[in-house]
Design a protein around this ligand. Structure first.
Ligand SMILES: [Zn+2]
Length: 383
């Protein structure tokens, strides 16, 4: 979370526009703007008042963990985005669901409801995909998944946008797993925020996101190490860390997966609650959340090479965490403004593990036993 960071990001985004016009040098300025912002994360769907940034956070007692010591990070190197060539545009914009099912050896879509729009389910071996005409909200085997384009009826038949077929349906229905990972893979866990950037303030008013994310990461690290992962934390103390540094750290450690841990806030709204997991938006697709970012769908970022793996990774971890939070599901989402994901040369996701602005969730998150459960759920999802 971070309204200040988001404001700074807007500055960065303006510079991104400059970048697209003038090349890599301006991109470096854009990166610097993000670096100065301190953090690029903090999705809040509905723009809300900034959290109170004043006051000192209470640092949770550090726990003894055995994770490999992080190497000093090298100078940040982030490849600039490219603009998708017109020839990359799919020949067909909308795909008949019936035809797609047939081509993939699946039974025809099943009409399961009519209001507020026709709803269909597709049954595959790995699960059931449910979608509704006119709605961006779909479900993969019970998990909420946000589409880029609302399905529509054409000639009396349901149609899904090609990008949703390629980037959402196929990676999930085709079978979710981590078979693309090598053995003894390396994960970089990124506890969100740190140092001057406290992140969201917990509703009791004296604890901060940066401490909870660090504790979550410290609990997760040893669990993954036990399961054969090489584990590195972008930070293991309460220090400021730029987005560029976090990306360069993952690069230096040859991470196979990058996992950024956050908690959410919708302050002063204290009702919003639940889990959100973010992947970088695929090129050509509008984002679920933009936060004022100039969401230029034509841009292709380094991490877009991993769109399918991002979603698969996100779905595994999201499903695991829902079992801990009581199934308060706010969905697998796409965002382009999350600088910490854009430059990653590996599957990378960002988890918002609950709302510190919600009294119930804030109380849970403040409980070390709950954070241990969050860590265990992620570790289990990555087994
Ligand atoms: Zn955050």
């Amino acid at each position: 979370m971070g309204a200040v960071a988001c404001w700074m990001l807007d500055v960065g985004c303006l510079m991104l526009d400059v970048q697209t016009a003038r090349g890599p040098i301006a991109w470096i300025f854009c990166v610097l703007a993000v670096v100065l912002a301190g953090c690029a994360t903090g999705p809040r769907e509905n723009s809300a008042q900034a959290p109170n940034w004043e006051g000192e956070g209470v640092v949770t007692a550090p726990m003894a963990v055995e994770v490999p010591a992080p190497l000093p990070a090298p100078a940040p190197v982030i490849a600039p985005p490219t603009r998708a060539a017109p020839s990359n545009q799919p020949a067909e914009t909308w795909v008949s669901l019936n035809r797609w099912c047939k081509a993939n050896g699946l039974a025809a879509p099943c009409l399961v409801g009519q209001a507020p729009g026709p709803a269909y389910t597709l049954s595959a071996t790995g699960g059931v995909f449910a979608l509704r005409v006119g709605s961006l909200v779909a479900h993969w085997d019970g998990l909420e998944v946000r589409l880029g384009f609302a399905p529509q009826i054409l000639n009396g038949q349901p149609y899904v946008h090609t990008l949703d077929v390629k980037k959402t349906l196929e990676p999930l229905v085709g079978g979710v797993g981590l078979s693309w990972l090598k053995t003894n893979p390396t994960i970089v866990i990124d506890p969100g925020h740190g140092g001057q950037d406290s992140g969201a303030k917990s509703i009791p008013g004296y604890r901060y996101e940066k401490d909870f994310t660090l504790d979550w990461a410290r609990r997760l690290g040893p669990l993954l190490a036990t399961n054969g992962w090489q584990v590195f934390l972008t930070r293991d103390s309460d220090v400021d860390l730029s987005v560029a540094h976090r990306i360069a750290f993952a690069e230096a450690h040859k991470a196979d997966i990058f996992l950024s841990l956050h908690f959410n806030s919708s302050a002063p709204n204290d009702q919003q609650a639940g889990l959100e997991t973010y992947c970088l938006t695929p090129t050509g697709m509008p984002s679920t959340v933009t936060r004022g970012y100039n969401d230029d769908a034509a841009l292709a970022f380094p991490n877009n090479a991993f769109d399918a793996q991002n979603l698969q990774l996100a779905s595994l971890i999201h499903r695991g965490l829902l079992q801990v939070n009581g199934q308060h599901d706010r969905g697998l989402r796409r965002a382009r403004y999350l600088g910490v994901l854009r430059g990653q040369n590996r599957p990378a996701i960002l988890v918002e593990g609950g709302y510190l602005s919600n009294p119930h969730e804030a109380r849970l998150i403040a409980d070390p036993a709950y954070r241990q459960k969050l860590a265990e759920a992620v570790a289990k999802a990555l087994e």
